[in-house]
Design a binder for this molecule. Sequence first.
Ligand code: HEC
Ligand code: HEC
Length: 372
Amino acid sequence: MKYNINILFFTLAFLLSCSGDELVMNDVLKDQKIEAAYTPEAYQLNIPKWLPEMEIPADNPLTKAGVELGRHLFYDPILSLDSTISCASCHLPELSFADPNRLGVGIGGAIGDRHAMSLVNVGFYTKGLFWDGRVKTLEEQALMPIEDHREMNENWKQVEKKLARHPNYPKMFREAFGIEYPSQITKELATKAIAQFERTLISGESRFDKIVFANDLDAGFLTDSEERGRVLYFFEESQVLEHPGCSHCHNGPLFTDNAFRNNGIESVNSLKDFPDKGFGGFTKQLGDNGKFRVPTLRNIELTAPYMHDGRFQTLEEVLDHYSSGGHFAENLDANILPFTLSARDKQDLINFLKMLTDTNFVNNPDLQNPFK
Ligand code: HEC
Ligand code: HEC
């Protein structure tokens, strides 16, 4: 049997050299069996008990090798056309995997139309990804930036080839998924690995978590200002009718209800006029125009600028927006109402929000660039 394959191989090589197609021949020659063991070990997610459970797709269980491969791919510009842009170019680890630019800046400085949100706790968002919820799973999402002209502008066939020819990736794909030949590297496997890594982006150890959920005495107590901010934030604790009521929408341990709502940032004459239709662009329902996914407020101190179009630079500006009651539209959320906020209230609320900063998450060595 082995003998026959050799004959076949040499015949093929001979034919190819006759036709002068060197590129194809190189591909054939390099597709040698990968020398590495396939002994997958489950990766145990470290989810604090106050966070919800994470749904993991049955066909993509986390393994140590899979997460590690995903981390490499996430940080590797090899996925872009001219090797200048990686996922981390727009999702910076030190900024909770968000982008300091107002709008996404891709290859050659191409500008997208939305702000890249933080990827913190992204594995828990099962009601639709992106600001408009148009994508269901992380696996599906990871396919998109590669071929987006304003992001990485590469095509997957090319990426698969680059990965197959790479000195390390074939071995890593074998260790993660048990493939035998470099030619078996596919976009499906690459995006599975990226999704595995993304599911490890878990944050639940902010000062707020330590004090409120973990009862960790070492974390101290809320300062007076933080406590006043907390009461302003959680509407059910507020004594007054006019209140910020942030927790109507940014609630639960993830600090988002994951719903799609219009929080009134856009001034429009009718529902047809939203410059970015958001959720309505996906559902094609007029009443959904101008709705966007309620984002988490975890690590919000680090993820400016704010909103789907990055229109606000600071949390002060965000609070000015909310206290104004926002712009009217037929689908303006009922919980967006004007309220008064003194300078001290503002500072209190911001101090409270800063309690959601999780430095353990941002500095976690397992989440950093493996090429540095
Ligand atoms: C050029 C900048 C850019 C690059 C490069 C980029 N992204 Fe993004 N990312 C964005 C923007 C902008 C959004 C929001 C888009 C939208 O809502 O329409 C986003 C959204 C996401 C989301 C959705 C998060 C959520 O909470 O819904 C995920 C996940 C994500 N990106 C992962 C990746 C991965 C993985 C890569 C690399 C394969 C990548 N991104 C590369 C800009 C970028
Ligand atoms: C009616 C629901 C609702 C209420 C109440 C609400 N928000 Fe929001 N919030 C949203 C939605 C929806 C978005 C995203 C809108 C967009 O990008 O177009 C958002 C976005 C934000 C952002 C930007 C986050 C990011 O990643 O860019 C911040 C900060 C924020 N809200 C803080 C607050 C604070 C503080 C309060 C209380 C004063 C509050 N929100 C009250 C629904 C709400």
